[in-house]
Structures are given as structure tokens and as C-alpha cells.
Design a protein around this ligand. Structure first.
Ligand code: AHR
Length: 669
């Protein structure tokens, strides 16, 4: 957020009401009527869950491999179906040799394939070169660790392997040595001498003979918190800046798999990296308009790393596990009820992995061995993603029966299907209500108009039923999952208006997250997304800044709010919510003006005895609804913060055309 920390000069109104002086901001063209937003500051309502606004992470759009997980080598273990995907032969000055992918005597059964580099005529060098994920992002001055499992095949095997990174001209060089007849991990470090988003890695041999390599890795030395096998710093920074309440992982449909065989199985994503069996990513060929046959899940970013990420950015972990059903948009494969036990056991074991004793339990011990003896303090668990119909209800019921008995401390998240309304949605809600489900996950990928007209959706929800997780939402500017959807202000401001309704109803809505989170500009399947990145840079969209304005201005309790005396929000393009921050004593008011005209709004803090000192005003605004941020202009649209000079509980503020405004006013009540 950009902070200019100026006091806004009083260009417009300094009005006197009952002896209070009122200061406001500058004055764009105004809509004639002044709307009155009344906030009952002395009647705090429901507590707002401190974890209310969080992050939805899914490995879609190269969000994990090629994104947050900063391994630069694609197909490092030679396990892709096309065994040499991303690799090609390197023959300098007509050097002669062969690249052979073998599977006899590999590292382990989960990772049985490896590359044999055989050199007949080395000349200026023979070897293998890797393309990375649409190239490799190499940053001048940064250090990189090159590692591989290597095995010499006989006494005449070469004793060294040259490593070169570059795009044409080399940006870094190193040598790997120390090979033995047994598999052995060797590594070397080098500092890059230049920058490129599209570098390649080359393994070059200059001696005759052959050598076996596997798990070839090129990894930035600097990662978030410098964790081993850690995450890409700039991308985690954007997440940390959101101060998210929770991190939901690993998705999304990826939990379900297109078939059960490629569902997400958390146990296969923990422990030794070289033993994590990769699978085809379910988003590889899902959309004909964006095929990605080279999209796999290496699980380098696995459940341990997700838990660690959540902890590192101060968020609660919220894993979702498969409930015995594959994606119902695809195969819809379903595990018979009498074979569901292993799936339920996975859930029990996951709770043990997260919270179990580091010495007395099998999965807790593994967590400790991986470097985290203390529990991760898991409190919530999702059962299935976007499932629907009686088959889901039956399976959820089985999970809930077991989990509620053995772990009543864990809140369970259940599904209301992929739609925001309709027969399936109603069926699930009525069943889940009957089952006394804790929290129901709702998804809405709808047009901006829907978000505007649904800002009052939760005003009418049952206060005694299950709580709501607004688990996946994003305004679709062209149509659901269409490739021409844009992350523009038109969508983001509609979300901003809608979220006033989540906040006003924080007694019902406990969690909320935009989806999906990340997309690689050269390798995406789905749009819109919260954050875009290439191999070196990343930026937040207008939608990101809307989320951030909510998550970093949360408040502890809902304050009742009316517009022109009525509880109904959205009148004349004005949406609002208010909260109290009990710790700081501030009243936080959110005002979304979705209209094209600027306007004056009277804010009346009813029940306030005084306003103590300057407040803050944070504004995200553009009269251009099509505006977007880009890699080159990452903050073209970003919040601007100023000091707010208010000396009275009733004051006027000017709202810019198409704007979201947050006011933070230190208030005595
Ligand atoms: O966010 C993209 C997909 O949309 C998710 O995987 C799924 O849950 C939803 O249909």
C-alpha cells in the first residue's frame, strides 16, 4: 500500500454541526444528494473472526512448480510421461553422444527413472540442457545451488560435470565433482553475473564416458525466511503483505483429481524430496484454449511446506482433503462407502501430522524429522472440494462421524457445490444444516453485476445454522472461466462492494478468500487471478488491493451501519460496512462508491463522545473501470493513504468516482 501520510487539505467542506467541525477531502464532480452513513459506534455487534480474510492456494496456472516453488529445473527427476520433457541434447562442435532415460537401479521405486549421459566424442562439450518453466529466472548477483544425485558407471566415468546457466551468453558456471559408483547427492553454488527471465541450465561433459544423473536441481539460495526447500521470496512477500488469516491448500479441483488416481494424496507429498512421486497436474489439458501438457506436480511444495508457509506468514493452515470423490465435472469417480476408510484415515493421520506429539506418534515424528517438532496447531479441515449430491452428503457424514468423535477441536468445512444458488446448493445446505455442519464452503465465479446485487446476500442468512466460508470468489468480467476475463477495476470494485456484505455479516461469514491466487503470465490456464508473475517479477491486481484493504483493516467487532436510515446496502451505488478495532479504539468504515460520479457522504458516528486526533483514509480509485496492473506497472492502481483530519463524530467525506475508501477514526465512545 502506498502511504503518502499527508494531511488532506480542506479544499471543500468545513461544516459545523452541533459545534463539531468537520473536515473532508478534495472535491471531484459530485452526485447531488448527500447520503448519510450512520455507524452505531457504541453498539458493537458480533466479533469478527481474526482469520476472516485469507488465501486460497491451488496449483493451477503454474502456481507451485514454476511459481511459488522456486525450483528452476522442470522434470528434474525424469519422471514425466515423455521422459525428456524440457530436456534436450547439447552437442558443441559436432560432439557425439546419447541421452538415455533408464529405470534400472534408480534412486527408489517412487522415482525410478534417471538420465544416463553417454559421451562418444566430447569435442567442445556434450550434455543435456533444461528449459525450465518457460525459461529460468536468473538474477544478477544472486546465489544459486546446483545439486544432483550422480553415479559413475565404471572406472572410466568422467570425474566432473560442468554446469552452465545462461541465455546464449553464460550467466553462471560451476563444476560438480565427487562422484561414486553409488548414488550420491553432490552440490555446488555459484553467483549469477547477469539477469535473464529465460535462461537455460546445461550439464556439459568434456570427457568420454558415461554418467547417471537424477533429481537435477537449480535452486535460488535466498528463499522466504531462507527455509531449506523454501519458497520464492517476492511471491511470498505479496502474500505476507495481505496479513492473511488463513491459507487454504492445496485447492480447489486439484484435491479431487480428474480421476481418483490423480487426486491429491498428502502423504505422497511429505518426507524426502526424492521420494515424492510426481503426478500429472489435472489442469494440464483441462481447457482446450490453454493446454499445458508439460504441467506436472512434483510435490516439492508439499503439505509440510504449506503448513510452514502458513505459519511463516502468521496464518492458520486450512487443508482440504479428498472425500472419496473425483471431480464431478470430469470422471466423477466415487469410492464405495465400504471402501472409504483409508480416506478417513488420511484425515486422521493428517491431524496427527499437524498436531501430534513429535516423539509419541508416527506422523508427528515425521513432522519433527522434517524440521518442525512443535505442532502446527491445525484447527480447521475441509472435507472435499466442490462436491455435490447425495453421494457427497453420505461421504461427508462418514468423515464427520469419525472426526467429531476423535477430534472435536477441529472445525470441519463442507461443500455447497460449485454454484452460488440452485437446486444442488439448496439440497446441500438443507442436509448440512440438519447434520449440524460447522462451516459450509460457498463458491461464486459470477459477473460483476452479480457481486453488486449480492452485497446483501448474507443479511438474510440463518443466524443459527452452519457458518459460511466464502471460499472461492472472483468477478468474471467476460464469463465463468473464460480466457478473456480480466483482472480489471470493473471486477475488483464489484468484489469490494460485495465484501461489505461479508463483513457486515461476520457473525455468519467466518472465512473468505479470492480464487485462484497465482498465475504465470506465460503458462496460465485460468483467469482472473489475484497475483500474476513471470520468472522474476510478480504483482498484485486491483482485486489483490481490494482484498488487502479488507484484510489489513479488519476490526474486531461489527458495528451496525445504516444508509439514509435504512439497513439495506447498495442504495444509489453506495455500499458500506463498519467495524470497531477494540485494540486501537478506532472505528473503521468502508465505503464503496460503484457509481461514475464523485459524491459527498456524511458519516455519522452515533454514540461517539469524541474523535481523538487524526485518522487515516485509504483510497483505491479509478474512473477507468478497465484499468489493470501489469508486470511493468505493478501499482498503476493501488491504494493511496493519507492522514484524515476529523475532529467531530459527524463529518463529510468525498468519495471519488468508482472508489473504495477505508476510514480509520480514533473514537471515544
Ligand atoms: O479456482 C479454480 C477452480 O474453480 C477451483 O479449482 C475449483 O474449486 C473451482 O471450480
Amino acid at each position: 500500500m502506498i502511504s503518502k501520510s499527508l494531511t488532506i487539505s480542506v479544499a471543500a467542506s468545513a461544516v459545523a454541526v452541533a459545534g463539531w467541525s468537520i473536515l473532508a477531502g478534495f472535491a471531484p464532480p459530485q452526485a447531488a444528494q448527500t447520503d448519510v452513513v450512520s455507524v452505531q459506534v457504541d453498539r458493537p455487534g458480533a466479533a469478527i473472526s481474526p482469520t476472516m480474510f485469507g488465501i486460497f492456494f491451488e496449483d493451477i496456472n503454474f502456481a507451485a512448480d514454476g511459481g511459488l516453488y522456486p525450483e528452476l529445473v522442470k522434470n528434474r527427476s525424469f519422471e514425466f510421461t515423455e521422459a525428456l520433457t524440457a530436456w534436450r541434447k547439447l552437442e558443441r562442435s559436432d560432439a557425439e553422444g546419447e541421452l538415455v532415460v533408464r529405470n534400472q537401479g534408480g534412486l527408489n521405486p517412487e522415482n525410478s527413472h534417471y538420465l544416463r549421459i553417454r559421451v562418444y566424442e566430447p569435442r567442445n562439450g556434450f550434455g543435456a540442457s533444461n528449459a525450465g518453466f518457460r525459461g529460468m529466472g536468473i538474477q544478477s548477483g544472486a546465489e544459486y545451488v546446483l545439486s544432483a544425485y550422480v553415479r559413475s558407471t565404471g572406472p572410466n566415468s568422467p570425474k566432473s560435470l560442468q554446469v552452465e546457466v545462461g541465455e546464449g551468453a553464460p550467466l553462471g558456471k560451476a563444476t560438480l565433482t565427487g562422484f561414486t559408483p553409488q548414488w550420491k547427492k553432490v552440490e555446488t553454488t555459484f553467483r549469477a553475473t547477469g539477469t535473464s527471465p529465460r535462461a537455460r541450465l546445461s550439464l556439459v561433459m568434456t570427457e568420454k564416458g558415461e554418467i547417471d544423473v537424477d533429481m537435477v536441481s537449480l535452486y535460488p539460495k535466498e528463499t522466504w525466511k531462507n527455509r531449506p526447500n523454501g519458497l520464492r521470496k517476492d511471491m511470498v512477500q505479496l502474500l505476507a503483505d495481505l496479513k492473511p488469516g488463513f491459507v487454504r491448500f492445496p485447492g480447489g479441483c486439484i484435491v479431487e483429481g480428474r480421476r481418483l488416481e490423480n487426486r491429491y494424496e498428502w502423504k505422497k507429498t511429505v518426507g524426502d524430496l526424492a521420494q515424492r512421486k510426481l503426478i500429472v497436474n489435472r489442469w494440464n489439458e483441462e481447457f482446450a484454449h490453454r493446454p499445458a501438457p508439460d504441467y506436472y506436480q512434483s510435490f516439492g511444495l508439499g503439505f509440510f511446506e504449506y503448513f510452514q508457509l502458513a505459519e511463516d506468514i502468521g496464518a492458520t493452515a486450512l487443508p482440504i482433503i479428498n472425500c472419496g470423490m473425483a471431480c464431478q465435472f470430469n470422471s466423477s469417480e466415487t469410492v464405495p462407502l465400504d471402501q472409504l476408510q483409508p480416506y478417513i484415515q488420511d484425515a486422521l493421520d493428517l491431524i496427527e501430522f499437524a498436531n501430534g506429539s513429535a516423539t509419541g506418534t508416527r506422523w508427528g515424528r515425521l513432522r519433527a524429522q522434517m524440521g518442525h517438532p512443535a505442532p502446527f496447531n491445525l484447527k480447521m479441515l475441509g472435507i472435499g472440494n466442490e462436491q455435490w449430491g447425495p453421494r457427497y452428503v453420505e461421504r461427508y457424514k462418514r468423515f464427520a462421524e469419525v472426526l467429531k468423535k476423535s477430534h472435536p477441536e477441529i472445525a470441519l468445512i463442507s461443500s455447497s457445490g460449485p454454484g452460488a444458488a440452485g437446486k444442488q446448493f439448496d439440497y446441500l445446505w438443507s442436509n448440512l444444516r440438519e447434520l449440524k455442519a460447522d462451516i459450509v464452503d460457498e463458491h461464486y465465479y459470477m459477473p460483476p453485476k452479480w457481486f453488486l446485487s449480492n452485497a446483501t446476500r448474507y443479511d438474510k442468512y440463518d443466524r443459527n445454522g452452519p457458518k459460511v466460508f466464502a471460499g472461492e470468489y472472483a468477478a468474471q468480467t467476460s464469463g465463468t472461466a473464460r480466457p478473456d476475463n480480466r483482472n480489471n477495476w470493473e471486477g475488483a470494485i464489484a468484489e469490494a462492494a460485495f465484501i461489505t456484505g461479508l463483513e457486515r455479516n461476520a457473525d455468519v461469514v467466518h472465512l473468505a478468500s479470492y480464487a485462484p491466487l497465482f498465475a504465470h503470465v506465460d503458462a496460465w490456464q485460468w483467469t482472473p487471478n489475484l497475483i500474476w508473475f513471470d520468472n522474476l517479477r510478480s504483482y498484485g491486481t486491483p482485486n489483490y488491493f481490494v482484498q488487502k484493504m479488507y484484510s489489513t483493516n479488519l476490526g474486531s467487532h461489527v458495528l451496525p451501519v445504516t444508509v439514509n436510515g435504512a439497513a439495506e446496502n447498495g442504495q444509489r451505488d453506495l455500499y458500506t460496512s463498519a467495524s470497531l478495532d477494540r485494540k486501537s479504539g478506532e472505528t473503521i468504515v468502508k465505503l464503496v462508491n460503484s457509481g461514475a460520479a464523485g459524491r459527498t457522504v456524511r458519516v455519522d458516528l452515533k454514540g461517539a463522545t469524541t474523535v481523538k486526533g487524526p485518522g487515516r483514509r485509504i483510497v483505491l480509485a479509478s474512473s477507468d473501470l478497465k484499468i489493470e496492473n501489469t508486470l511493468d506497472q505493478p501499482t498503476r492502481l493501488a491504494p493511496v493513504e493519507n492522514a484524515l483530519s476529523v475532529s467531530s463524530p459527524a463529518f463529510d467525506v468525498t468519495l471519488e468516482p468508482h472508489s473504495m475508501t477505508v476510514l480509520r477514526i480514533p473514537t471515544a465512545r
